[in-house]
Design a protein around this ligand. Sequence first.
Ligand SMILES: [Zn+2]
Length: 604
Amino acid sequence: MAAKHSRLLVALFLMTHAAAAGAQTAPEPIRYTLNFPAPQTHYVEVTATVPTGRRADVDLMMAVWTPGSYLVREYARNVEAVTAAGPDGRALDVDKSKKNHWRIATGGAPSITLKYRLYCREMSVRTNWVESDFAMINGAPTFITLADLAPRPHEVIINPAPAWKRSVTALPEMGGGEHRYRASDYDTLVDSPIVIGNPAVYDFVVDGKKHSLVNVGEGGVFDGARAAKDLETIVKEDRRLWGFLPYDRYVFFNMITETGGGLEHKNSTVLMTNRWATRTRRAYLSWLELASHEYFHAWNVKRLRPAELGPFNYEDENTTRSLWIAEGFTDYYAEQQVHRAGLSTRDEYLEGLSNAIEALQTTPGRLVQSAEMASFDAWIKYYRPDENSPNTSISYYTKGTVIAFLLDARIRKETAKSLDDVMRVEYERFSGAKGYTPEEFRVEAEKATGISLKQFWDTAVESTAELDYSEALDTFGLRFKPAQPAVADRPAKIWLGITTRNDTGRLLVTQVQRGSPADLAGINVDDEILAIDDFRVRADRFENRLEQYRPGDRVSVLVARREQLLKVDVPLASEPVKSWRLEVSPNATETQRRNLDAWLRGQS
Ligand SMILES: [Zn+2]
């Protein structure tokens, strides 16, 4: 809070100062040049010309986190060999004043030239990667800027390695040659990844606006043409939902780098996948849903946003209670829009929604952490998971998806509107200079629909009470598939309440579910299970051994804990049976079937 306040004061001071002096209003840009003399060593060399305003010294800063990914990442750890010089080439003193700050004594020079190099070999949607084939440059871990963050253009000139033919970014070109870009301010620079190399690029136009799918690493396997064609239908479907495209140009960076993840930006997104993602239907659907999710963010979070997410404080945690809307609603619509675009079947859509419901309902942490608190604590919980996380926390993606489903059903049942109408109204109201609080989002939803949502909010959003699915199921004529009862030739599954992993033949406990037989009896995470009832149990035969018992049996489990052997007496239970798989009820009425059709076609 304090940092944001002082930044505002600096900005106000600069504006009034400039006006009083009758000076030019356009602030001087910072100009960066990126060089890749030896990309195979994973380095980019950065030269930055920084205007000083003739101050005696300037305070320079690198961000510690990337918006959209809520963890302090300490990007300055990859910075090396920082030097500074005046316009005459004379070296200036560089004082490393904080973990991510450098103070340069300018000697009164109007600008200084800063040089540093960056090690770039972390393959994630928020970090940098440089190798002989390509470079992926993200703003936060790359560009050292003036710490006051006063509004000023940031220009980037790229000198690609000789083997690289093109650079792609959503930043506008600056003119004067190839590979020259201009961000209107630091936020835009941080929000605009750049890929340099020889990617396969597929362009398509919707609403007169150019969209590009930029594939790095297709390897003759990933079907880029098909992916671009299907992305176009998703873009058109989102255009239909919102009524407009909120940008001039949009880039899907698809890094086919044998890993996963996605990060949203205002005019682009970075996706990570593997080269087989277009080969099987299931894998392709998850890629489409990932792209759909990140693309939906162009509206929900990049423009319609929680109040706390902008202007960003790049040097500290920025907490918000609204990630269940920003991420959860986005996840709900990611799959909705893929389905509405005709790219998934009804069964596939219901299976995805069932997965979210089942994940929530089988996570004990749902009774500990509310959707709002899951959002607020993302920095210390969601992004720092440990073996106890499922017992104490939930995912705001998952619970947010389920809340969106229940809310959509409530609105469709009680009004002639839908959650789509609410999202459009929220966008109108909160996509400008000021974002929303959860309460403001609720009040706006109430105005849009004419119904009170206070009780829904109190329960679903702010409390840890169990969610009630009956209204949503009734609205759409759905039911949870009846669970199959245990019978003689299909006995109840034995349940200990642990998850294990096979560590080259060693059977290690990785999680213990709160309140389960193993938890109450005292089996611990990291215990190595050696034997049950004095008979050796091998890692790959554990499930099979449990099948030899019946619920109610007591077993003696021999474990090794920090090299010491001990026996734990465990009463065996049967696995809790409750189905969370949605299906259309065979008794659904005409009205319910009509509601279901309207919902899945995106009609109110
Ligand atoms: Zn997201």
